[in-house]
Design a protein around this ligand. Structure first.
Ligand code: PEP
Ligand code: MN
Length: 367
């Protein structure tokens, strides 16, 4: 799959790409004032929702086409560039007709391959940059699939926006970040520009800085942050928007670190530490292999004695001891328990295989 770096998008962009602007375009004055104040903070790309996908009906659903004309006026007055969300082929045609510089596919659309394919067909023959938000649910394949559909019609200026994943668990986030999913996407897609949307991850203004810094420390290529002239009175997503000035101050405080350093000492010391990690990981794997061998012996023994693979009391005992060990060792007990459950799950599967395989076949294998 051909993906351009940000520099290849032809808009004079470079890392870190910062996009700011209101959740929704509300009035021409709101759009102009917000954009001008964002420009004063040194930002050149404005986002604005024109067609708003709302979870429940009877909420503000966006201004629609009229707002595209406002954008054209604001572009003329300020020289800024604009990105909008498209969710149907008609949105694509309208946006391109009004000289919108960048498009993005929203989280709800990414969830639906039919919708993405229709949007992709509308994009065929153009070379507008398109950013694809992650689907609402934590499904990497769906996100990859949407990006592939856009790529397959010849778009190579493609970015991925990480806006977090919906979860039934109550957490401090509106959408859980699950950082490993976007990082895996980036690994698989050969460095597709990855942009973090801390606004939709947080759902409130309070820790937008923290999430943005985290993204930068993970070597993301940019941020898209909802910014409004009067956040409290925004017509959508009021709790998570910030003013242009707060955004400007926040960006000054973010540490933009380099993914590597040319310093000789740094390279030597990092190399040594990596060697240590390689050793420790190798030992960790050997220990797991040893554990699996014991698990197999236990499986055979249970089978010969007609005992079930799983025993409730033993499980209870494991849970108590393992979390205590984690705490004693200064490890996060929840993380260690999650990790242990994966190992335990694999062990159960191994023993189930033993239960369901004739003993002669197993003995043959063990010779
Ligand atoms: C938005 O960017 O305003 C939006 C609707 O986001 P998402 O698609 O991530 O929910
Ligand atoms: Mn929003």
């Amino acid at each position: 799959m051909k993906v351009e770096s940000l520099e290849g998008w032809g808009l004079g962009l470079k890392k870190p790409l910062i996009i700011a602007g209101p959740c929704s375009a509300e009035t021409e004055e709101q759009l102009l004032e917000t954009s001008q104040r964002i420009k004063n903070e040194g930002i050149e790309i404005i986002r604005a929702g024109i067609w708003k996908p709302r979870t429940r009906p009877n909420n503000f659903e966006g201004i629609g086409e009229e707002a595209l004309r406002w954008i054209q006026h604001v572009k003329k007055q300020t020289g800024l560039k604009f990105a909008v969300e498209v969710a149907t082929p008609k949105h694509v045609y309208e946006a391109l007709k009004h000289n919108i510089d960048m498009l993005w596919v929203g989280a709800r659309s990414t969830t639906n391959p039919f919708t993405v394919q229709e949007i992709a067909e509308a994009l065929r023959g153009t070379d507008v940059p398109v950013m694809v938000k992650n689907p609402i649910n934590p499904d990497l394949a769906l996100w990859l699939g949407a990006i592939e559909r856009i790529s397959n019609v010849g778009i190579s200026k493609i970015g991925a926006i990480h806006r977090g994943f919906s979860s039934f668990k109550q957490t401090k986030y509106r959408n859980m970040p699950m950082w490993q999913i976007p990082l895996e996407l980036k690994r698989q897609l050969g460095n597709i520009p990855l942009i973090c949307d801390p606004s939709h991850i947080c759902g409130t203004r309070d820790f937008i800085f923290e999430v943005s810094q985290n993204a930068m420390d993970l070597d993301y290529d940019g941020l898209i942050i909802e910014t409004h002239r009067d956040p409290e009175n925004a017509w959508s997503d009021a709790a998570q928007q910030i003013t242009p000035e707060v955004l400007g101050a926040m960006l000054k405080n973010i540490k933009f670190r380099q993914p590597t350093s040319k310093d000789k000492d740094f390279i030597t010391i990092l190399g040594e530490l990596r060697e240590q990690i390689d050793h420790v990981d190798r030992e960790l794997f050997e220990i797991i292999a040893q554990r699996m061998e014991i698990v197999e012996k236990m499986g055979l023994y249970k089978k010969k004695n007609d005992v079930t693979v799983f025993q409730k009391d033993r499980w209870q005992q494991l849970s108590e001891t393992r979390t205590k060990w984690a705490t004693d060792l200064g490890l996060n007990p929840e993380f260690m328990w999650d990790l242990f459950k994966l190992i335990h799950d694999a062990s159960i599967k191994r023993q189930e295989y033993i239960m369901n395989t004739p003993i002669e076949t197993l003995d043959e294998r063990n010779k």
